[in-house]
Ligand binder design. Structure first.
Ligand code: BES
Ligand code: ZN
Length: 461
């Protein structure tokens, strides 16, 4: 009998239990950005360790400078066979803040199943996607089907805040993590039932700009007109950073951007995205973007500069007539290959200093940064992954470049010399980082199947 039949049958037979377990996982408000959730982070990590142990893995919660990470493996360190292939599955149990809560139909940490959609913060990004891999391993272990390779899981708690502790961990555990490839399901597919291999991600450079005006909020009637308003100055300053088409106005900014090849542009044009439905899904009256590029290109392979947050003055009920003491913006730039976050930040700093009027004091704090990532989809491992995707979904996979960032994949390459296979299970309308995040059970189930088949394909490749 085909040993894979037992594994796939097990996944089918345990469909409902797998969803229940994912719900249990989703109940932890593991928001890495908010310090009040530090105890929830730890509790979530501990739950995950116990879960890994229950499905037959050796698992530990590893403390770091920040939030702990989960390390789990199918390997028995004593009897680890040298000539077996080894793959590391990376994922994250931390989630983005769920605010604004009032926009959620039901509370973000009380998972709700509606038809074939599971709603909760982290359902798609990344608990659900990563959990599919754990369920696949469980199926091998519980059916006594020998895995053709060794597998290790690294599930961190700081992805959404820039993976600060992970490089040190990778360096410290270089031997244990030496592997043939990293496998990550933390990206997307273009539509339900259309599997994808992502071969490129944008990089990121995060920073905050604060303009300081008077030493305290002042009466705008008494003093307004004689001093600069920092909120006004900040709006003007930031507005100058890009033109009306979204092209970034920072000298030298595009110097290192590698143009898309004609082949890539042709592939991107084939993706099943329609402008009208895209616009409707996002609720915008009209699309916006750099001239000369399709919206698929704009959002996945071209750089962009965004305000992520903007704060100044009085935000409470009613009005308050003041000139605020300060104004602050949180910004991120998404980088295209081969831009470098450090170099780009230098350009930004220089430019902002030049633009800032002498009537306010400029303060810039650089945040996390990551390089863009691109890997050839033509290698033997990518081809093996495509076979697993094809078999699990029963449909020809597409090749994608995506606009989001997974900073750590660059470190996998730099520190361990290993490439990453990005096999996303999310959908464009999953509302990741937005209210009412959801994950489709179809993606969850086919993802489990894909993972089960992947180890066969990769081990034989
Ligand atoms: N899963 C996303 C990254 C992603 C989403 C890639 C969709 C491709 C398609 C990940 O959890 C994420 O949100 N990363 C952050 C990284 C940042 C905080 C350094 C991002 O892209 O904003
Ligand atoms: Zn995310």
């Amino acid at each position: 009998m085909n040993p894979m039949k037992a594994v796939l049958d097990y996944l089918k037979a345990n469909r409902i239990r797998n969803v229940d377990e994912l719900c249990e996982y989703l109940r932890f408000p593991s928001v890495s950005a908010q310090s009040k959730h530090a105890p929830d982070m730890k509790a979530c990590g501990e739950w995950l360790v116990r879960h890994c142990q229950r499905i037959g893995l050796r698992a530990d919660l590893v403390t770091t400078q920040g939030h702990p990470l989960v390390l789990a493996t199918t390997r028995n360190p004593k009897s680890a066979a040298k000539n077996r292939k080894h793959f590391v599955v990376y994922g994250h149990y931390d989630v983005q803040p769920a605010e604004p809560f009032e926009l959620w139909t039901t509370p973000p940490f009380e998972p709700r199943l509606e038809g074939s959609r599971l709603f909760a913060r982290g359902a798609s990004d990344n608990k659900g996607q990563n959990f599919a891999h754990l369920k696949a391993v469980e199926a091998y272990v519980k059916t006594g089907t020998p895995l053709p390779c060794d597998l290790t899981f690294v599930i961190e708690g700081e992805e959404e805040v820039g993976s600060k502790s992970l490089p040190a961990f990778l360096k410290a555990r270089k031997k244990e993590l030496a592997c043939d490839a990293f496998v990550v399901s933390d990206t997307g597919m273009p539509a339900k039932g259309v599997p994808a291999l992502t071969y490129g991600l944008r990089g990121i450079a995060a920073f905050e700009v604060t303009l300081h005006g008077p030493s305290r909020d002042l009466h705008s009637g008494v003093f307004g007109g004689s001093i600069e308003n920092p909120a006004m100055a900040l709006c003007k300053l930031i507005a100058q950073l890009r033109d009306g088409q979204g092209r970034i106005n920072i000298p030298g900014f595009y110097d290192d951007v590698t143009p898309l090849t004609a082949y890539e542009r042709k592939q991107m044009a084939r993706l099943p995205f329609k402008e009208a439905s895209y616009r409707k899904m996002l609720g915008v009256p009209k699309l916006f973007g750099e001239r000369g590029y399709t919206f698929t290109e704009q959002r996945s392979a071209r750089p962009t500069l965004e305000i992520n947050g903007l704060t100044s003055g009085y935000q409470g009920e009613g009005s308050k007539t003041i000139v605020p003491a300060w104004a602050r913006a949180k910004l991120t730039i998404r980088l295209a290959p081969d831009q470098n976050p450090k170099r780009v930040m230098q350009l930004v700093l220089k430019h902002l200093k030049r633009l800032c009027p002498p009537t306010v004091r400029l303060e810039i704090t650089a945040g996390h940064g990551a390089e863009p990532y691109v890997v050839s989809p033509e290698g033997t491992q990518a081809q093996a992954a495509l076979r697993a995707l094809r078999a699990a979904f029963g449909k020809e996979p597409v090749l994608l470049r995506e606009g989001g960032s997974i900073p750590i994949v660059n470190e996998f390459k730099r520190i361990l010399g290993v490439d990453t296979l990005l096999l996303g299970l999310g959908l464009p309308d999953d509302n990741v980082h937005s209210p009412n995040e959801k994950f489709e059970l179809d993606c969850f189930e086919k993802g489990q199947r894909m993972s089960a088949l992947l180890w066969q394909e990769l081990s034989a490749a």
